[in-house]
Design a protein around this ligand. Structure first.
Ligand code: DP6
Length: 386
């Protein structure tokens, strides 16, 4: 047997509208509550990964955004590879049992893994989600795994919790599950990417700075010290999950917007309730909240909904008809641009005008599809990054 096997895939970013915050098992990434997210279009944000399996490789190597990383130092990466190999071995055994004589023992080959994001890592834009989803999806393609996407989500989850949701397009729930081994803690699709085409996301990039407290450390601190978290996971989230599924199915933007904003607020409230407190929002984030609130005040229906992850960047969900008006307001108040009409009843002085560059840029994007298989790989003939 000679030659190599290679696959290249891309995977999307997802932004939660019911937040995952808290683990009941750190090594398996089992959450303390279910969560729900919107998968964003890969035209704007994606991870891309090429994986080659070659019997001549002396060891498994990994390059992330052009820099070689030590795989043995990356426990979560190792877990994902180990789990995918385990499924491949089972599949190979099955093929042999079924009488196939030409089964390639891919599970035994070392790998060269090369992965890139088309956006800055650790800027609070969920690069771990798209990155691990892409790793697991590409491994599954390379190994021709017969498993369902939800089964693959069990592996992606162990790389990074939120990564399990990036294996699907559209609207995705991560069901927390109850089993101690995590076998029922999976991602499921609520609606696909064509379901609600009017929904648009404006990502306001506030800062490229690395986040101060990483998700795992932050969650651990919240689980240990926040009395408010108990109320959130037992009383609040279960109800919100049900309501949000309904809002999505009915394309009810009012309900969608209110739950999204309340859940972002509560996630940051449990961060503040941690001891010592964890701060992810800054003055610019808070001014964005103010702007969205004022924008919503001009009509009886909600027109926009903000949400913030573990960093100061805002994602504002809105409907297509409002996008230009809303983007115009963000540009006027936070980017030093005198553009666009101010809506007639908008309280012009209620929002502070911040210095130019407070929001560095806006990424306008839509709901998108799940991982894709593509041709154009990241490795050259020798199996090294191009
Ligand atoms: C605030 O999935 O990055 O974005 O499981 O430790 O890798 P790990 O955490 P991660 O946490 C994401 C937290 C969040 C909310 C969310 O995406 O649901």
């Amino acid at each position: 047997m000679s030659g190599y096997y290679e696959k290249t895939c891309t995977a999307p970013v997802n932004i939660a509208i019911i937040k995952y915050w808290g683990k009941r098992d750190v090594s398996l990434n089992l959450p303390t509550n279910s969560s729900l997210s919107v998968t964003l279009s890969q035209d704007n944000l994606q991870s891309k990964t090429t994986i080659r399996a070659d019997p001549s490789f002396s060891k498994t190597r990994l390059w992330l955004n052009g820099i070689e990383e030590d795989v043995s130092a990356n426990k979560r990466m190792q877990t994902c590879i180990k789990e995918a190999r385990r499924l491949r071995s089972l599949y190979e055994q099955q093929l042999l049992r079924d009488g196939n004589s030409d089964v390639v023992p891919l599970a035994e080959y070392n790998l060269h893994i090369c992965s890139e994001n088309n956006f800055p890592t650790a800027a609070g834009l969920a690069s771990s989600a798209s990155g691990f989803a892409c790793l697991v999806y590409t491994l599954a393609q390379l190994y021709s795994l017969p498993n369902s996407t939800s089964e693959l989500s069990l592996i992606a989850r162990q790389g990074s919790g939120s990564a399990c949701r990036s294996l699907f397009g559209g609207f995705v729930a991560w069901e927390m599950g109850v089993n101690y081994d995590g076998s029922d803690s999976i991602a499921v699709q609520i609606a696909d990417e064509h379901h609600w085409p009017e929904l648009v996301a404006l990502i306001c990039v506030v800062s490229d700075a690395k986040k101060t407290v990483g998700s795992t450390a932050g969650m651990q601190s919240t689980v240990k010290t926040s009395p408010l978290l108990k109320e959130r996971i037992e009383q609040v989230v279960p109800k919100r999950m049900e309501e949000m599924v309904k809002a999505i199915k009915n394309k009810d933007f009012n309900m969608f917007a209110e739950i999204t904003m309340r859940d972002s607020n509560q996630f940051h409230a449990v961060c503040l309730d941690s001891f010592p407190p964890i701060f992810y929002l800054n003055d610019i984030s808070r001014a964005i909240i103010k702007l969205v609130n004022e924008y919503n005040a001009i009509s009886s229906d909600y027109k926009a909904a903000y949400t913030f992850d573990a960093g100061p960047n805002a994602v504002i969900y809105t409907l297509r008809e409002n996008v230009d008006e809303l983007a115009g307001l963000v540009k006027r108040y936070f980017m030093g641009e005198e553009r666009g009409q101010i809506p007639s009843s908008f309280r012009v002085d209620a929002v502070p005008i911040l210095e130019k560059g407070s929001v560095r840029h806006i990424i306008k994007t839509t709901v998108g599809d799940g991982p894709r298989i593509i041709e154009d790989g990241l490795l050259n003939e020798e199996g090294m990054p191009k």
